[in-house]
Design a protein around this ligand. Structure first.
Ligand code: WT7
Length: 610
């Protein structure tokens, strides 16, 4: 797309927003059409009002009954070198079989199912099966641990948990079922736990009779030949995905069938210039929104062939990813700046020993990409031929909201411009647009199809978090700049959300995990800039009276956080302190700790308790 073309299209999409989204929605299959494209009742949006559809129908039936029937949907490679492929037909068959299984457990439309699986095909099969029968999936990343999992099960009141015996992680095995067992003892809503066998005989797992069942045994029962795809209202919930907020409790972001389907479908198609013959690879995990939108729904709605690699970026060798691109002829490669920086560190030789000429489009997501990493991706990986699309969005937005589109002028470090049909602004505290190159709050004008429909069971928190900071606009929580040409640069979070390697973590969540250690009285965590990960977590810890500070204790606290929340939430640095700076009302002033650590101005300190 020529730069001029973008501007023309964009203008049209905003001037005739309803017509624009109406036309795109018609590219998909609906059981019944809509009466109205969208409706706004602040802060609640409804899209494709009155329409009936099912997102899974548009992936399974739609592709499995056309010429795409035998096209590969998924090429999966395990960390141990195992390979599995699934055509659209096979994917539909697996979901049909699993739908019969879930139904036999009494799962009905609207019921919540928690999925705690590693990056294996069953993760996707489980999600699509839930969608097919109208159940609401709640996927928990397999790197999260006991408390994070049980909290998400409890809050969503899930009846069913789908997990695995274990997972592979850097050549080691992680005992997922064991973590799940501990989480289940804290979450009483689960009636049945379905266990996928990933590791097999090498791993002994506890199977509780009457509660725990092996996936492969249930699938072998062939409970029904055909399971009807549920007819959903476009506004019926498709999934809940928990994401870190500013308080200890994660937010259950809710997305709906119809709008989410349209948003992920079109952004995958346009932003990656997706063609039928592409081999698409998004390295994200379906445990996060990137995987929901751009591993599971977006590419499969488009009938793409995609790669899924179970392992980590550098395992077993630093060129594992490059070898995957070469072997499968990957043409679209979508990953995070952290991964790029990590791969860059190994030196160009690892990259250059592979033929990467199949690459056509490169994409990044999750955090700002620094120009050095951008240059390396562009020249060494893309050989100066491939556009880089920097896609800015959030769990809440469901789809890319600000992005570079292939063909548009690229500005390293600047995400790009708003996607068609979306209006974004950078404003001051009063909601007035700032001048070019000035920093302000990034806000979005309501609404776009895949906007979150709310926070699960918490309409007040939803209103307060997103719709009160800048009245009339959706508040992203990010600081940004806009330039003379309308390009937007993301500066970073304005709230207490910490981005580590592109993962989103809440300071309060980590603090409560630290404080649940018996030796700890109080804690405050802050992001500390890091060249590789963007940020690391630094914790300031006040010990209980009589508890002696030591390096062993630091280690113990770190391990405790890993056990409760998962390794990604581990503080990299702990400093024992006598007290924490607080406001007169008793709120910890993380801002002050951060300023001290990073050496910047602390800002307004008038509320500090002296
Ligand atoms: C936050 C949302 C959405 C996919 C993964 C993260 C940051 C996201 C970019 C980008 C700069 C970015 C923002 C945002 N972010 N993409 N291209 N450039 N920053 O989803 O976990 O909901 O995090 O990630 O701070 O608010 P998430």
């Amino acid at each position: 797309m020529e730069p001029r073309e973008y501007d023309e299209w964009y203008k049209k999409s905003i001037e005739n927003r309803d017509e624009f989204w109406d036309k795109i929605a018609r590219e998909l299959d609906w059981f019944e059409p809509w009466d109205k494209v969208w409706e706004w009742n602040e802060p609640f949006a409804r899209w494709f009002v009155g329409a009936k559809c099912n997102i899974a129908y548009n992936i399974l039936e739609r592709n499995a009954t056309t010429w795409r029937k035998n096209k590969l949907a998924i090429i999966w490679e395990g960390e141990n070198g195992e390979i599995r492929t699934l055509s659209y037909y096979q994917l539909a068959q697996e979901c049909e079989k699993f739908a019969a299984v879930l139904k036999s457990f009494g799962v009905r439309k609207g019921d919540r199912v928690t999925i705690y699986l590693p990056r294996i095909p069953e993760q996707i099969i489980s999600m699509l099966t839930c969608a097919k029968i109208g159940a609401v999936h709640n996927v928990v990343y397999s790197g999260l641990s006991v408390e994070a999992l049980s909290e998400r099960i409890r809050d969503s009141q899930s009846k069913i948990l789908i997990t695995a015996d274990g997972s592979y992680m850097h050549g080691r095995t992680l005992e997922l079922k064991k973590i799940a067992d501990e989480a289940l003892s804290r979450s009483p809503t689960i009636e049945a736990c379905i266990v996928v066998r990933r590791i097999g005989e090498k791993m002994i797992v506890n199977m509780e009779p009457g509660r725990d069942y092996w996936y492969h045994e249930l699938m072998a029962l062939r409970l029904a030949n055909e399971v009807k795809t549920e007819v959903m209202d476009a506004e019926d919930p498709l999934f809940i995905l928990y994401t870190s907020g500013t308080t200890g409790k994660p937010k259950g972001v809710v997305h709906a069938h119809g709008g989410y389907m349209v948003g992920t479908y079109i952004t995958t198609k346009v932003d990656f210039d997706l063609k039928e013959e592409d081999t698409y690879w998004c390295t994200g995990d379906a445990g996060w929104i990137t995987g929901h939108s751009y591993v599971v729904y977006g590419p499969l709605l488009n009938g793409a062939t995609e790669i899924i690699y179970e392992g980590a970026v550098n395992y077993p060798y630093p060129d594992k990813w490059w070898s995957i691109i070469e072997r499968y002829g990957v043409s679209i490669f979508y990953t995070t700046p952290t991964a790029i920086r990590g791969l860059m560190r190994f030196g160009d030789a690892w990259t250059k020993r592979h033929n990467l000429s199949s690459l056509r489009i490169l994409g990044t997501v999750g955090e700002p990409i620094n120009p050095v990493a951008w240059d390396w991706l562009y020249t060494v990986v893309g050989n100066g031929r491939c556009p880089i699309v920097d896609t800015y969005w959030q769990t809440e937005t469901g789809m890319h909201t600000i992005t570079t589109i292939p063909g548009m002028k690229m500005k390293p470090g600047w995400a790009g411009k708003p996607f068609f049909g979306i209006e974004s602004l950078v404003v001051d505290d009063k909601g007035k647009p700032v001048r070019a190159q000035e920093i302000g709050h990034l806000v979005l004008k309501p609404s776009w199809p895949s906007m979150l429909r709310g926070l699960y069971n918490d309409p007040e928190r939803y209103r307060e978090k997103y719709w009160t900071t800048i009245p009339g606009y959706y508040y992203t929580g990010d600081a940004a700049k806009i330039d003379e040409e309308g390009y937007i640069q993301i500066i970073g979070r304005e709230d207490d959300v910490i981005k580590v390697s592109g993962y989103r973590l809440g300071s309060a969540e980590i603090e409560s995990a630290i404080v649940s250690h018996p030796g700890v009285n109080e804690a405050a965590v802050i992001p500390k800039p890091d060249e590789l990960k963007g940020n690391i977590i630094k914790a300031f810890v006040v010990l209980k009276q009589g508890v002696e500070p030591s390096n062993e204790l630091k280690q113990e606290i770190i391990e405790h956080v890993a056990h409760e929340l998962g390794s990604i939430a581990k503080p990299s640095e702990i400093e024992f302190v006598e007290s924490l700076p607080k406001t007169r009302s008793g709120k910890i002033m993380r801002r002050l700790l951060r300023a001290k650590e990073v050496g910047t101005e602390a800002g307004d300190l008038s509320t500090l308790e002296q």
